[in-house]
Design a protein. Structure first.
Length: 146
């Protein structure tokens, strides 16, 4: 009987020590995977994409990958063709950063067919490119298609 009472007392003591840590874990903040209460695979409210600022804050940055289809220097737009031949048009500004062999958007005009990753933000109905990354192809030239 004494052993049973001792075992019960030890279990209660362990629970009293562990319970505050378990309760503090719920209040510590969001887990590494996202905000608290958000299920995996369910997008957060507000349509925020992965890696963007919190909903309600600054406009979330989005990315699009595909092949450069057209550069219109007069309209300051580029057209990129992605998966399933889906085309997206992006406006660019002097603040748009270009990484890769070309250092500005006008230099991309001769690179039709090159693979791009465009980081952009939506401004009303327009998509404004903030960064354009030109993928280096191993040994291939960026694609003067004539």
């Amino acid at each position: 009987m004494t052993k049973l009472f001792s075992l019960a007392a030890i279990c209660v003591a362990v629970m009293l020590v562990v319970a505050p840590f378990a309760a503090a874990q719920d209040k510590a903040g969001p887990p590494a995977g996202g905000p608290p209460g958000q299920e995996k695979g369910i997008p957060p409210a507000g349509g925020q994409e992965k890696g963007g600022p919190p909903a309600g804050g600054a406009q979330a940055a989005k990315t699009f990958e595909g092949q450069l289809a057209k550069v219109d220097t007069a309209a300051k737009t580029i057209t990129v063709k992605g998966a399933g031949n889906m085309e997206m048009e992006f406006a660019y500004t002097e603040q748009t950063q270009v990484s890769g062999p070309e250092k500005d958007v006008q230099g991309l005009a001769s690179k039709t067919g090159s693979t791009l990753r465009v980081t952009y933000r939506e401004a009303g109905a327009n998509k404004v490119a903030t960064r354009i990354e030109v993928a280096e192809r191993g040994g291939e030239k960026g694609g003067d298609k004539k």
